[in-house]
Design a protein around this ligand. Structure first.
Ligand code: C5P
Length: 272
């Protein structure tokens, strides 16, 4: 019997680089939330592995071991057929592949009625956080996760269709010794939440803009729209988000940006 799962877009509301390990991986401190928009998957037990991909971003998605979904199933240790509806742009800083892999693991845990034995972190640094699927503080290289309460936010996601290789963005960091974020805000004090959020950063934003200046243009465009409280890049880019006071502002902003840039990927979403 097929099991259907949702793989939401992952958004790093904040991303501080706090250090670097001897193996080159960077230590992070990031508040991660998830959109009500993402990929959809159907996972069915089968005698051999297979993946089919449909949807607006199906082109270029590998249909073999190079696909993180496939490797997630292998790590689980059973064969399944995976039908993936790819609604999220890939290599875009919003965890598409990682969220798909986490969704496959979740589906297989339901189907085979057991927990995964292997470590999802070995699939990619963002897979464990995507398995949580709700507001979470991520530290270390993605291995230290702590659930946190955070009010739902109205947002617009914008991807200008450029690729920024993650290793290149990390290499472009000038400082790798930023202090941690300190305590997370309390959910019942919304004004403090805003102040706190605006005061944080994404340390990967500057090197990503240096690699792909159009990201700076996206952020400037978002910052100038009615009702926007914050514009920032997610992950290592190139997707940026604007946080809006109300869903209506976000909806209008999305329409405005899409009209001005028909070739960009633009979505009004709720983050939680
Ligand atoms: O885990 P992921 O495949 O996204 O990482 C891609 C590359 O980004 C790594 O090979 C590494 O160069 C860099 N990276 C890093 N520190 C992290 C995550 C990724 O330096 N915490």
């Amino acid at each position: 019997m097929a099991t259907e799962v949702f793989a939401p877009a992952k958004i790093n509301l904040t991303l501080h680089v706090t250090g670097q390990r001897s193996d080159g991986y960077h230590l992070l401190d990031s508040l991660v939330v998830f959109a009500d928009f993402g990929d959809r998957l159907r996972v069915t037990p089968a005698s051999e592995m297979s993946i089919t991909v449909t949807g607006p971003f199906a082109e270029g998605v590998p249909l073999d071991q190079r696909n993180l979904c496939w490797r997630a199933a292998e790590l689980f240790g059973e064969t399944v057929s995976i039908e993936l509806e790819k609604n999220l742009p890939h290599a875009a800083g919003i965890g598409g592949g990682s969220s798909d892999a986490a969704a496959v693991i979740s589906a297989m845990e339901q189907i085979f009625d057991r927990a995964i034995q292997g470590d999802p972190l070995t699939l990619g640094a963002d897979v464990p956080v995507c398995a949580v699927g709700k507001a979470v503080r991520m530290q270390g290289i993605g291995d230290q996760l702590g659930l946190c309460h955070f009010p739902p936010l109205c947002a617009v996601l914008v991807n200008p269709g450029v690729l920024v290789p993650t290793p290149l963005v990390f290499q472009g960091l000038t400082s790798k010794e930023n202090p941690g974020m300190g305590a997370l805000p309390q959910p019942d004090v919304p004004s403090d939440v805003w102040d706190w959020l605006v005061a944080q950063r994404n340390d990967l934003q500057a090197p990503a803009i240096a690699a792909q200046p159009v990201i700076g243009g996206v952020l400037e465009g978002l910052s100038g729209l009615a009702g926007v409280r914050l514009a920032r890049m997610s992950g290592s880019g190139a997707t940026c988000f604007g946080i809006f006071e109300h869903a209506e502002f976000a909806k209008r902003a999305a329409q405005h940006i899409q009209k001005a840039h028909p070739d960009w990927w633009v979505r009004a979403v709720q983050l939680s």
